[in-house]
Design a protein around this ligand. Structure first.
Ligand code: ADP
Length: 483
């Protein structure tokens, strides 16, 4: 492992203890294929031990005044920020994204901890006007209990801090199973939480290659009252089914197929900048990436030319190279998928304007690509590309754009570009999505509710809604009040 990251643990965390195992799995640098570390390959029994610890720690953590929990979370936030550079180096080594993006993710990830440190103090219930003279009504908010979190590799710090900070602020304890591609970032943020004073058992991390068995242990346990998952719709459906027997509360942040719609009356420069940010950030590996770029006929040719020019300025290189704006994809499967989607599109009449080939930096690098003439029925317009490929669909009318945009089982993010206020409102209201960027290509932040509709998921993270996900509302009815 590189010198910057040696201070971070490579052991799992159960009940405040760093756990090693004779069985391990390697963590690889996607830019070079070299091994960064070995981490414990834990199993379902270990997951149950972590649940035991979280269950035992729950009453004391829940009983702590919100202000005291807040002070600990605030310290965690400060430690995350203080370690921005070393965490970013670790993330780039483990996940591949360019260092400049990794630094932004650390700050973005920390922002949730800051927000929930504050918001946890505002878990207000309310009083309800009575229906009978001798009774009084009120509600109180209580933490739901032990939470299980299963997280992905594409934002290996932010997807953990977003879940853990909201759960802990509400008074819940948590067991996190990070992606097997990026366990080191998870362990690093957990170490900083321990350093900040998070008590033993409140935050546990199970590293494993056997996601299915650990997932079953987490979903099958009645003591786990809530599951929060970010990942594919396919795995989300498995976890949804597995959670049925114990009626868990669920937050599911699943796949997307975001349309980015550029109307003739759009500000071209703005729409290009936004399309570039939305499409090529993290080499196209985000669930809110513009997966389908819908461009109206009147602006289509100018948009393609400008996008071509902007794309030519991207710099493919290992993330640690300061010039890099496009790093490697996460693994060989990701490269295979991108190639297959492009081959299918070309076979059905689409045209690769630029790119479309592997990059010389190594087997996981792919050149930024623009493909035009995409039709809604092609696989590339229906599946998450998760690679640096801008896929362009031409349309004529507003109604046609809305119909194409909504013709998908997904409904996470959508983007529209128009200078016409009426159109912007109309289209934003018509789009079936949990989040709509209007003349904006990047909108996720700690104060806004993140989440999807349809098969993109359930629940919201961040914002006031994000705290609510970890709380139960208890109704108190006080009777026998005499006048
Ligand atoms: P991606 O394709 O982006 O890797 P996945 O949905 O496969 O998305 O993975 C997201 C998270 O879900 C990872 O932590 C992964 O280990 C975990 N995971 C994958 N399959 C299962 C499963 N059957 N049960 C529980 N967790 C799973």
């Amino acid at each position: 492992m590189n010198a910057q990251s040696t201070t971070f643990p490579t052991a799992a965390l159960i009940d405040g203890k760093w756990i090693t195992s004779s069985k391990t799995f390697p963590v690889l640098d996607p830019a070079t294929g070299s091994k960064l570390a070995d981490v414990p390959d834990l199993n379902a029994d270990d997951a149950r031990r972590a649940i035991d610890a979280a269950h035992q720690a729950f009453p004391a953590w829940a009983a702590k005044p919100a202000k005291d929990r807040s002070a600990i979370l605030r310290r965690w936030y400060e430690l995350l920020l203080a370690e921005t550079e070393s965490l970013a180096q670790l993330m780039t080594a483990e996940q591949g994204k360019p260092l400049c993006e990794a630094r932004k993710e650390v700050v973005y990830g920390a922002s949730f901890v800051e927000w929930f440190a504050e918001e946890g103090k505002r878990a207000y219930g309310h009083t309800i006007p009575t229906t009978g003279a001798s009774r009084r009504y009120l509600t109180i908010k209580q933490p739901i209990g032990v939470v299980a979190a299963i997280t992905p590799w594409n934002f290996p710090i932010a997807m953990i801090t977003r879940k853990v900070s909201s759960a802990l602020a509400a008074g819940c304890t948590i067991v996190v199973k990070p992606s097997e591609e990026t366990p080191l970032c998870a362990l690093a943020v957990a170490k900083l939480a321990v350093d900040a004073g998070v008590p033993a058992g409140v935050f546990n991390v199970i590293t494993t290659m056997d996601a299915a068995s650990v997932g079953q242990a987490l979903t099958g346990d009645d003591r786990v009252r809530k599951l929060t998952f970010t990942g594919s719709t396919e795995v989300g459906k498995i976890l949804y089914r597995q959670s049925a027997d114990t009626i868990k509360k669920l937050t599911l942040e699943l796949g997307g197929n975001a349309p980015l719609i550029v109307f003739d009356d759009a500000d071209l420069e703005r729409s290009i900048a936004a399309a570039m940010a939305s499409k090529f950030r993290n080499a196209g590996q985000t669930c809110v990436c513009a997966n389908r770029i819908l461009v109206q006929s009147g602006i289509y040719d100018r948009f393609v030319a400008s996008l071509h020019e902007a794309t030519s300025k991207l710099h493919v290189a290992p993330g640690r190279d300061p010039q890099s704006t496009i790093g490697p994809l996460i693994n060989a499967d990701a490269i295979t998928k991108v190639k297959a989607l492009l081959a299918d599109a070309v076979a059905k009449g689409a045209k690769i304007e630029v790119g479309g080939t592997p990059d010389a930096h190594g087997p996981l690098f792919f050149t930024p690509t623009i493909v035009t003439g995409v039709k809604p029925r092609m696989a590339i317009a229906n599946e998450e590309i998760f690679g640096p490929v801008a896929s362009l669909i031409r349309f004529d009318t507003e109604a046609e754009a809305i119909a194409i945009a909504n013709d998908t089982p997904y409904g996470l993010a959508a983007y529209l570009f128009s200078q016409n206020v009426s159109r912007a409102w109309r289209v934003a209201e018509a789009l079936e999505a949990g989040m709509v960027g209007i003349n904006e290509g990047m909108f996720s932040n700690e104060v806004a509710p993140f989440g999807g509709v349809k098969q993109s998921g359930l629940g919201r993270e961040g914002a006031q809604e994000g705290l609510e996900e970890y709380l139960e509302t208890k109704f108190l009815c006080i009777g026998g009040i005499t006048s």
